[in-house]
Ligand binder design. Sequence first.
Ligand code: SF4
Length: 631
Amino acid sequence: MPYGYRGKILHVDLSSGALTVEEPPESFYRKYMGGQGLGMYYVLKGTSAGVDPLGPENVLALTLSVVTGAPVSGQSRVMANAKSPLTGGIGDAQAGGFWPAQAKFAGFDAFIIKGRAETPVYLWVCDGEAELRDAAHLWGKVTGEAEAAIREELGDPKIEVLQIGPAGEKLVPYACLINMANRANGRTGMGAVMGSKNLKAVAVRGNMRPEIADRKALSSIARWGAKKLPESSIANLSIHGTAGSVLAQNEVGGLPSYNWDSGVFGNPERLDGRTMSDTILKERDTCFGCVVRCKRVVEIQEGPYDVDPLYGGPEYETLGTLGTYCGVFDLAAVSKANELCNMYGLDTITTGAVIAWAMDCFEHGIITMDDTGGVALNYGDGDAVVRMTEMIGNREGFGDLLAEGMAQAAAELGPEAEELVTAVKGNPMPAHMPQVKRSLALIYAVNPYGADHMSSEHDPAYLAFPDRVAQFDLLDPQPVDVLNAEKVRYAMYTQRYYCLLNTIGVCQFVWGAAWQLYGPSQLVDMVRAVTGWRVSLWELMKVGERSLNMMRAFNAREGFTRAEDTLPPKLFKPLSGGPSDGVAVSKEEMGFAVPAYYAMCGWDSEGRPARPKLEELGLGWLAEELSCSSG
Ligand code: SF4
């Protein structure tokens, strides 16, 4: 029995109904580890160029990793990869909760899903056994109802369910996967991919806990984290959740407001985590084995918006996209829209950003109430946000157009609407502003799955945590607010590190490059303790780099070039108000940064991984498939 992982991968062919188990050698696990790396291996091997993201040939990889389910904080994560129906490139999304650990205990390290069932089904996995079951009676149900129905028919309240909601069934290209009815693999439409396969859910339960190579060492790491937490830089995250950063973002002019026209908001305290804690917070929740307990659970029983605590509570990103992006400071309305997203299985970031973009179009007269079915899409109207979220989830009226995605809807409305888009590769920008965190300008542009805030370290950490940043050979950081070579290097190294985190499958609040509870050297210690492998930070960084290169190679195979690595027009226009008044990203710095980044990565001038780089990473098979240039 291997340490840490189960050594078994379940392949599911929904067209034939065949379930087969693969048992790869240890060397395979050490090379790809899990998560994004493992998922990319199977997506690349299992699909061909031009695959229809919503066709049966697309491969959906749901992956755990070599440390999932170990008794230490921040290890219960599930990663999803497939071709994205939103971007046309690689899709990638991660989630925490109890499903990932329970899936490992059910006996598998990954679920590789292809084909399309004739009628709706769900996958039931328990103690090393798996079966497909009829899900016709679950189709159309919102997530909370479907989860309860599955637990009841299988007779076990401890079953964990990862599923799609009605939005995934209706193939909304930014539909997400939901577990616990409130944890989301949010971005890039992995819910639509699962919906296109007629797969409603993956239910898991088991007692096959992984063996730990050095339980004493792991226990010492876990105890250190629990003791350090109250005095650590994530103590506030533990108390107020990610929602506790609304005020701080506003103070530096980095809180995207009014569809990104401004970095400040009039009433940030109304949405901040402290207000949430004082008013509607019912409890703090956690992921399997995590002492941080950063998840919010809110409940509202009075007023225009009742909110069921089953569906959790809004994160910082959600308070931004469904709140400040739309000029809404009504915490109850944002919490209601968040609940609806979790019920329907919609990515809150994309949903809020799309509605904010529509409000911008409404303000500019590009759309009118004739288009919206009588809904006045004015900034600040919480009712309109709640109504539009429902209409998107149901693909009803104007919601059906917004359900296609921001870039897709803008293309239908014309150039004026396209000027207002806030997306990269069709993926809307999350609530962290490249104008005030300049390395994000580069990362948003070049990230394989579009704008994403969880794929590199953000600029403030560059100066504030020199000891940890030094572990990446970034020894003397200078306070620069433009993309110079040093900042490009910082962005590139930490991007590889974040790919590593998404491959090992650990939470980025607990395990990180700088401000998090644990740093890189402790990550090495943790992987050693769980797996028994004598890994080094060098080896792990190569795992992350390998994962990033596989994603870029996937996009190159789909025809992506430098033309896709661009930012939307809004980022080049000066912001209005507050500390970031007048600030914009410049075309000159992007003109320097993108080619510099490609060169540092060992890619060609179009951003495609060149053969020598793929060979260096042990991906010669991929170079052959892509017929790469020799660099
Ligand atoms: S820090 Fe929060 S999101 Fe991360 S594992 Fe812990 S509870 Fe889950």
